[in-house]
Design a protein around this ligand. Structure first.
Ligand SMILES: NC(=O)c1ccc[n+]([C@@H]2O[C@H](COP(=O)([O-])OP(=O)(O)OC[C@H]3O[C@@H](n4cnc5c(N)ncnc54)[C@H](OP(=O)(O)O)[C@@H]3O)[C@@H](O)[C@H]2O)c1
Length: 293
């Protein structure tokens, strides 16, 4: 097996890179925008053929939800047309695909966890573009699955955890919204799941009927809860103040509720999912360890 990781310098791609030594019988190739642009079909198609790629974990995406509102064309190119390019290139070599999507395909009007059959209704450019990317996989004939995830963070890259740790040291108080509910997800946990699915025996499940899965850490939180826990685990003295979304306007609208039901991925792939507070603790320990080195 030869697995290509696209968008490999991002949060999820970096976590996968960190874990692949566990899979000694599989070859992994890592590429990011500067050396393999998924929007360039010719280059992508040639690369997949010439390198004998048998599977792809697509971590490439335009992920800035607010900037997406200003640049819908670029976002669409990467998050939907780029995915279609991958699908078409993999079709020619009969390759497998794990594509990552988002809880932002939902409008947030639910009050119980979303399952894979719940109707989608994205409320922003980013969510719309990611939904189009999902359709590129679902409507194709390749062996591909889409994993929707939420509120991703890692010890690498720019994310909410690192931002709160940084701001908490600078400020005495931080205002954070408490009326958006979801589940923080440690990219390392999702990386383990993607590798288990594509590398272990379970990979034949990719060929089966179910094409969309939900994955996040366990539990539920508001951004206020998440920030409060980050400050606590970071042993920082800073007051976190709960505010309403309407007091904190952003360019892109976000769903008020986007908790995901993970029953299917747990059952089909025999996966145990950690509770979000436990994974956050692991990530913050890693951030502190990296700083100390
Ligand atoms: N972050 C979240 O909170 C979140 C939540 C739910 C779902 N997701 C989904 O989870 C997946 C992984 O997210 P992430 O947080 O790891 O993203 P990330 O850290 O933003 O990484 C994405 C990577 O893709 C690269 N990229 C952008 N355009 C590309 C192109 N045309 N060709 C190849 N690479 C390209 C980016 O490069 P540049 O940095 O140079 O642009 C970046 O290195 C994405 O599909 C995302 O939509 C993320």
């Amino acid at each position: 097996m030869r697995i290509l990781i696209t968008g490999s310098n991002g949060q999820l791609g970096s976590e996968i890179r960190d874990l692949v030594s566990l899979y000694k019988t599989t070859d992994f190739i890592f590429r990011d925008l500067q050396d393999l642009d998924i929007c360039d079909f010719k280059a992508l198609n040639n690369f997949i053929k010439e390198q004998n790629i048998t599977g792809v974990i697509n971590c490439a995406a335009h992920t800035d939800v607010d900037k997406a509102e200003e640049n819908p064309e670029i976002v669409k190119q990467v998050n939907s047309e780029g995915v279609l390019n991958l699908v078409n290139a993999l079709k020619a070599v009969n390759g497998k695909l794990i594509h990552i999507s988002t809880d932002y395909v939902f409008d947030g009007k639910n009050s119980q966890p979303y399952n894979e059959l719940d109707p989608v209704n994205p409320i922003g450019v980013y969510g719309e573009s990611k939904r189009d990317g999902e359709l590129a996989v679902i409507n194709s004939s390749i062996d591909g699955i889409v994993i929707r995830t939420s509120w991703l963070y890692s010890s690498n890259g720019n994310n909410f955890v690192k931002k709160i740790l940084h701001l908490g040291l600078e400020k005495k108080e931080l205002s954070v919204v408490f009326d958006q509910l979801g589940t923080p997800t440690y990219a390392r946990d999702l990386a383990k799941t993607c590798l288990k699915i594509i590398c272990e025996n379970n990979s034949n499940k990719i060929s089966e009927k179910r094409q969309i899965y939900h994955y996040s850490n366990e539990g539920i939180a508001s951004w206020f809860d998440f920030a409060t826990e980050i400050i606590k685990l970071g042993t920082i003295v800073c007051k976190v103040i709960p505010v309403l979304t309407k007091e904190f306007p952003t360019k892109a609208k976000r769903p008020h509720y986007s908790v995901l039901d993970k029953t299917n991925i747990k059952n089909d792939f025999n996966i145990e999912i950690p509770y979000w507070r436990d994974s956050l603790k692991d990530c913050i320990l890693k951030i502190h360890k990296n700083k100390a080195q």
